[in-house]
Design a protein. Structure first.
Length: 91
């Protein structure tokens, strides 16, 4: 199983971040350099970086100082970044 398409990975990342990082806020997470997300009406816009990692995963992080987190081929999120909490790992 190879790396999932970028648009699938970014959807998985954004769903995870909205659910676990900003469940109550009107916050839009978007890939750095992609201004499409800025067209939505939100109280805050938070960019994240996403890059290929090997042949099977995408790596992503929100803050420059963050630990890198991963999107696996099955779109499972391995969260090791901002406010890392092992309870937030998707199954």
């Amino acid at each position: 199983m190879g790396r999932p398409p970028l648009n699938h990975a970014t959807t998985a990342i954004e769903n995870f971040l909205r659910k676990h990082i900003a469940p109550e806020g009107n916050i839009v997470f978007y890939p750095l350099g992609d201004s499409e997300g800025l067209r939505q009406d939100a109280d805050e816009y938070i960019p994240y970086n996403v890059v290929p990692d090997g042949d099977h995963c995408w790596a992503f992080w929100i803050l420059y100082e963050d630990t890198t987190s991963y999107v696996h081929p099955d779109l499972r999120i391995e969260w090791l970044g901002t406010l890392y909490d092992p309870q937030l790992q998707t199954e």
